[in-house]
Design a binder for this molecule. Structure first.
Ligand code: M6R
Length: 615
């Protein structure tokens, strides 16, 4: 997610904006820009690709004097990493500048209409549609606020927007829908940002805007309305966090913050991509289909390649490709795949999965697969990363920067991305359609609410963590779709708490790992309803018979699992196909709280790098 700063300030706005953007640097970005209403009443715009220092140099070379302005650090979602795609964007008449975080779902329709009326676009972003449409409305109304309000009535999607108009030189208008905005309150001034750290140098009194709010900021004056123009009162919160706490949104660690971001980012990955009524997934990036029809109909097998957590996501994805698209699927560690005599050709759809898009093994495997003629469609989080330049199509997971080394939101959004791609492949090939296609999409569309409910169990999981944190070995079990979830739970525990944890398919336990189990040995098992539920239950009976301690992930209301397990981490009931996205949440929280109690360096575990760019 990108960073936003805005100010109606008594001092030079450019200084305020650049400092605020520096405070947001920790989140990662690929370009930055500011727009300030200068002393002549003109909009002065500076944008640069790369680090903030480039933007600072540009401002040093051509300084801007003015008190009202907006600034942005961009982490690309629509359109590549280029200066024209950086924010702020200017309207066709040069009067208005706008910044937008989020995704405008109906931007293609809006853009078509604007182009039809002769508007020229200078970027590949969805954002630019907003600024031109606001400028059109502004021609027939007397305030920026009203033009923004009319535009938002036409927009579908998620947004945090901030807008300035050189004809109203003491005003910023901003609005929020599913993308955070915080207003900073100070006598004679007004500030705003996407995140609290950008405000702390100027004020600690803030108003957290809520979805549907439109706010107008003037010197020492803040007014908020809903979309119908009705005034809204929002209370002022005094921020007591220090800067490092503020960067983590008040959470103790990035990992915990990112775990709690999952409901929001799972909502975002689906924006504009699901037509549940038609039972179809719409995957387009930069106007091009992510998976062209001719590729979908030509391929006769799928190969998924990845490393670490992304490999676990790929293992789950295999189930969806098999059942939705009816194709044989192979899942491989990229580091193994590239050194085998592997078989791929133009009839093999290769799907690399990578958060960073920079993992050396995955990149090398993709290059080789493409050299052999295989079409490659990647599931990637980092826009503009090396992987995105090596493949034929990219499905971005839109999780925003993930700073904690232990992947959380990257994993669940990869799952959602794989589900979308498998669904699209199935409907294109005709193996999925009608009610089944609709039902599968409805199940996915509701998953972010289930994840939010799973997160509500955190305090119970924290108490459980206290009772197991001194153990040195854990076994994690699951079957079917939940076997990779068990692997991911074990990886989370070992990487951040340094406890030895092994993930295993529950049915394989009796072929070896059962020898480990003795009195009190912790066995964490994902045991939610589904085709193999009874089988898993039998495996857990085997653990109990040897006095192992059964810690289950169970679906709310399941008395049977409550009767068998020593402890249950409850999750809301989810359709079997999407359950892995929900079931991993308690395992993330368990690993986090165990590591916290053990005093581990959670965000930067020893020996690990966020992105493994060497072999
Ligand atoms: O960036 P990638 O998804 O390609 O990274 C692959 C692994 O290094 C990564 O998933 C790693 O296992 C996780 N960060 C562990 O939590």
């Amino acid at each position: 997610m990108c960073g936003i700063v805005g100010c109606v300030s008594e001092i030079n706005a450019t200084r305020v904006l650049l400092r605020g953007l520096e405070r947001l640097e920790y989140r990662g970005y690929d370009s930055a820009g500011v727009a300030v209403i200068d002393g002549n009443g003109d909009l002065a715009l500076r944008r640069r690709v790369g680090k903030l220092i480039h933007l600072m140099d540009a401002v040093d070379r051509e300084p801007i004097q003015g008190n009202v302005g907006i600034g942005h650090t961009r982490w690309a979602t629509h359109g590549g990493v280029t200066e024209p795609n950086a924010h702020p964007h200017l309207s066709y008449d040069g009067n208005i500048a706008l910044i937008h975080n989020g995704i405008i779902e109906n931007y293609e329709v809006l853009k078509r209409d604007l182009v039809g009326r002769g508007r020229t676009f200078h970027s590949e972003t969805d954002t630019e549609t907003l600024v031109h449409r606001i400028a059109e409305h502004r021609e027939s109304c007397d305030s920026l606020y009203e033009a923004v309000r009319r535009t938002l009535a036409e927009v579908e999607g998620a947004y945090g927007i901030v807008v300035i108009d050189r004809r109203e030189p003491d005003t910023i208008v901003c609005a929020r829908e599913q993308s955070p905005l915080v207003v900073g309150v100070k006598e004679g001034e007004a500030y705003l940002a996407s995140d609290v750290p950008a405000l702390l140098d100027y004020t600690r009194d803030v108003i957290f805007l809520e979805d549907g709010d439109i706010a107008v900021l003037r010197p020492g004056e803040i007014s908020i309305t809903d979309h119908d123009g009705n005034a809204i009162e929002r209370s002022i919160t005094r921020i007591k966090w220090d800067l490092s706490q503020a960067e983590k949104g008040g959470y103790r660690h990035f990992m915990l913050k990112e775990t709690h971001e999952q409901p929001r980012v799972l909502g975002e990955i689906m924006l504009g991509r699901i037509d549940a009524a038609a039972g179809r997934v719409n995957l387009v990036e930069g106007g091009e289909p992510v998976l062209p029809e001719d590729v979908a109909s030509r391929v006769d097998r799928v190969v998924l390649i990845a490393c670490g957590t992304s490999w676990h996501a790929a293992l789950v994805g295999a189930f969806w490709f098999e059942s939705f698209a009816g194709l044989p699927v192979q899942v491989d560690y990229a580091s193994e795949f590239r050194y085998r005599t592997f078989h791929v050709d133009e009839r093999t759809l290769v799907v690399p999965v990578s958060q960073s898009g920079e993992t050396a093994d995955t990149l090398a495997a993709v290059k080789e697969a493409r050299r052999r003629g295989a079409p490659c469609v990647a599931i990637v989080n980092a826009v503009g990363s090396s992987m995105t330049r090596e493949v034929d199509g990219v499905l971005y997971t839109r999780a925003g920067p993930e700073i904690g080394v232990a992947s959380t939101k990257a994993f669940t959004t990869q799952l959602a991305g794989l589900y979308l791609l498998a669904h699209a492949l199935g409907t294109m090939r005709g193996t999925l359609g009608g009610d089944a296609a609709r039902a599968r999409l409805e199940e996915l569309a509701g998953v972010h609410d289930l994840v939010a409910r799973a997160l509500e169990q955190e305090s119970a999981i924290e108490s459980l963590a206290a009772t197991v944190q001194s153990r040195e070995d854990f076994l994690y079990l699951g079957r079917g779709l939940n076997y990779p979830v068990a692997l991911e739970g074990a990886l989370k525990l070992k990487e951040i708490s340094y406890i030895h944890a092994e993930g295993y398919p529950a049915g394989e336990m009796k072929h070896g790992p059962i020898a480990l189990i003795d009195d009190g040995f912790p066995v964490v098992c994902v045991a939610t309803p589904g085709a193999v539920y009874d089988k898993v239950f039998n495996n857990l009976e085997e653990v109990r018979a040897r006095k192992g301690r059964v810690i289950a992930v169970g679906a709310e209301g399941d008395d049977r699992i409550a009767g068998l397990a020593d402890d249950v981490m409850w999750v809301p009931g989810a359709a079997e196909a999407v359950a892995p996205i929900v079931n991993v949440v308690p395992l993330q929280l368990l690993a986090y709280h165990v590591a916290l109690i053990r005093g581990c360096d959670i965000d930067q575990p020893r020996n690990l790098a966020k992105s493994v760019t060497v072999e």
